[in-house]
Design a protein around this ligand. Structure first.
Ligand code: SF4
Length: 203
């Protein structure tokens, strides 16, 4: 995977003290983005998952609340990040994932890949989406690169994320008073409750 960098101590990327991985590559191109250096898929540096997991295992879990995936677009690296998320959660750390996609778009991608085979996802889609998955897919604001074709792992990353902060940054809805997000359209989602309830449940 490619990363833009790692911040080992952050208090601005979710609740508590957090270890933050900024991935490299973002298809969303939001106007007003503060992380433009993360857009290029070939930028940043190659990072080894095992090395990152090793760093996380050395964190003092009495002091750290969790880890955060930011970017860039974390769902471009769903396979690698789900592996890291599982290791972090096994240590008792929580996982925050930022994404420029909406929760509904991610579910639609998952459904496309697995054909709705997993009951909880199928139910979540049925209850959450007001449009069909196909309609949602065709209305996406950004075209994703070929490298993003990792839908089969998106379910894994979603399931191993405690808090999802979703949606593109909207410069017109920019609000500096919001906690841990940049614009009012973005939601802070309790993923477990959302999957269980079949609808988006925000904190
Ligand atoms: S999703 Fe985030 S990193 Fe990507 S362009 Fe939008 S604000 Fe920038």
């Amino acid at each position: 995977m490619r990363i833009a960098g790692i911040v080992k101590e952050s208090i601005v990327d979710g609740e508590g003290l957090r270890f933050v991985i900024f991935v490299q590559g973002c298809p969303h191109r939001c106007e007003g983005c503060h992380n433009k250096d993360t857009w290029c898929l070939d930028g940043g540096q190659i990072a080894d998952v095992d090395s990152i997991v090793g760093q996380i295992k050395r964190l003092d879990t009495d002091v750290y609340s969790g880890i955060t995936f930011s970017g860039g677009e974390p769902f471009l690296y769903a396979k690698e990040l789900s592996t890291i998320a599982k290791e972090a959660r096994a240590l008792g750390l929580d996982v925050v994932t930022y994404t420029g996609y909406t929760y509904e778009q991610i579910l639609a991608d998952i459904q496309t890949e697995i054909g709705g085979a997993e009951k909880e996802i199928a139910e979540a889609i049925a209850e959450t989406a007001t449009e069909s998955a196909t309609e949602i897919a065709t209305k996406r604001p950004t075209k994703r690169p070929k490298e993003a074709n990792n839908n089969s792992h998106k379910l894994d990353l979603l399931k191993n994320t405690d808090t999802l902060i979703d949606g593109r940054f909207d410069n017109n809805l920019k609000d500096l008073s919001l906690a841990f997000k940049g614009s009012a359209n973005q939601r802070t989602i309790d993923v477990k409750k959302s999957l269980s309830a079949g609808k988006v449940v925000e904190y």
